[in-house]
Design a protein around this ligand. Structure first.
Ligand code: HEC
Length: 126
């Protein structure tokens, strides 16, 4: 539980920079920090993709795997063997999933966020 709190602090930490206060903010609603967060040492930009991935994808693709179809994981070798090599390819699948994956339209995930997730996937799961 303690670990969850530390992780939940990662996102609000950014806004705290602007608030310039460091009192203990009430945790409020931690943005669905239900998954382990890999260390937050990365740049803010890559963190966006990571946070979005955790929010929208990790339930079915924990650690880049695939809970319901292991042959369709997000690992680089698997993606390449399925001819998925660019961020565009991944965004296309979000917009038009192959079969059982839920669909993410632009209202749910604007292009900018979809691309951030796709780049996170491509650079993270080898
Ligand atoms: C409800 C579960 C679920 C969620 C949530 C989900 N996926 Fe999937 N994903 C699947 C399944 C199942 C497949 C296998 C193909 C199919 O059935 O559509 C898949 C396949 C894929 C593939 C193709 C992998 C390959 O090797 O061919 C990509 C890329 C992908 N998902 C990306 C994402 C991204 C990015 C997100 C988050 C925006 C996401 N998925 C969210 C279930 C999910």
């Amino acid at each position: 539980m303690c670990r969850l709190n530390v992780r939940a602090a990662v996102l609000p930490a950014v806004s705290l920079l602007f608030v310039a206060g460091c009192s203990q903010e009430p945790a409020g609603k931690p943005q669905q920090a239900s998954r382990p967060v890999v260390t937050a040492a990365g740049a803010v930009r890559s963190q966006d993709g990571e946070a979005l991935f955790r929010q929208f994808c990790a339930s079915c693709h924990p650690d880049g795997g695939n809970v319901s179809d292991p042959r369709r994981s997000l690992r680089g070798t698997v993606l390449r063997s399925n001819h998925i090599t660019t961020a565009d390819d991944i965004v296309r699948i979000m917009r038009n999933p192959i079969s059982r994956m839920i669909r993410f339209d632009a209202a749910t995930l604007p292009d900018r966020d979809a691309v951030a997730i796709a780049e996170y996937v491509l650079t993270t799961f080898k």
